[in-house]
Design a protein around this ligand. Structure first.
Ligand code: C5P
Length: 256
């Protein structure tokens, strides 16, 4: 059982040139199951199988548009925390009003697009503080489905990493709680973002598992050492013969 894994620390000793030992603290990230399933029934079955060791569940547009607040309340009743991944993106007033509409739901994390701009993010941060004080507001930077060519086609000519860094910096200047990024961007963002910024990353594949459509991946342990606070994992757990065992193996890996 690894229920309070977020507050566990791994202490790693590393030898310096002069023979001194330095102790580096590495956070053990929490696992978020991406509940990408075809029906509410399937969601319920799966959550009953994963048991207490799973604390966080990510609900995306597909499931929320199909099942609505009922699904959120069902997950809450099963004792899980909810990451509502709606990636809100609109004019500032509409984003704030959308958050207002969500504010009576038991949501632990919510995503907005940082490319909506600084004014929109400030409004969302303020709305969060006023109406959803227990919800961690996360800014999505560049979607992992966008590569250099796709960015170029929407008028962004610099490297992807620069755009991710620019958006993340702007977002954290508005006091947003965290950032969603690819694991390959973790080290770069950790080098300059405020230390208390939470970083959530999908694109996680345990060693030897099927990549599916994910291209820029890391193993759970690599993402942990690169500075992730939360790992979003879907298919490696959803498609496993025994989802509880698959989750347990991942928890063992990051706690070892
Ligand atoms: O099945 P898999 O582990 O690839 O699931 C990853 C989850 O994270 C999916 O719900 C996917 O939509 C989401 N996601 C992603 N890349 C992003 C943002 C979200 O894979 N940049």
């Amino acid at each position: 059982m690894y229920g309070s894994s977020a507050i566990l620390k791994n202490l790693i000793g590393s030898k310096l040139a002069g023979g001194m030992i330095s102790i580096v603290q590495v956070n053990v990230p929490e696992i978020i199951l991406a509940l990408d399933v075809a029906s509410r029934k399937e969601a319920e079955n799966l959550l009953n199988k994963t048991g207490d060791q799973l604390q966080w569940v990510k609900v995306g547009l597909q499931s929320f548009l199909r099942d609505g607040p009922d699904l959120i309340n069902l997950i809450k009743d099963l004792g899980k925390k909810i990451f509502l991944d709606l990636k809100l993106h609109d004019i500032p007033n509409t984003m704030a009003k959308a958050m207002e509409s969500l504010s009576n739901l038991p949501v632990g994390m919510l995503t907005v697009h940082t490319s909506a701009g600084e004014e929109a993010l400030k409004r969302c941060v303020q709305t969060g503080q006023d109406l959803m004080p227990d919800t961690l507001l996360l800014g999505v930077t560049v979607l992992t489905s966008m590569n250099q060519t796709a960015l170029h086609s929407i008028g962004v000519n610099g490297p992807v990493l620069d755009q991710v860094g620019r958006l993340a910096k702007m977002a954290t200047n508005t006091a947003i709680g965290g950032i969603v990024c690819s694991p390959k961007e973790l080290l770069h963002l950790r080098s300059f973002l405020p230390q208390n910024t939470k970083i959530v990353t999908p694109g996680i594949r345990p060693f030897g598992s099927d990549l599916g459509d994910q291209k820029r991946i890391m193993t759970p342990n690599q993402a942990k050492h690169a500075g992730a606070d939360y790992l979003v994992i879907g298919r490696p757990i959803l498609a496993a013969k025994n989802p509880a065992t698959a989750l347990d193996e991942i928890l063992r890996e990051i706690n070892s």
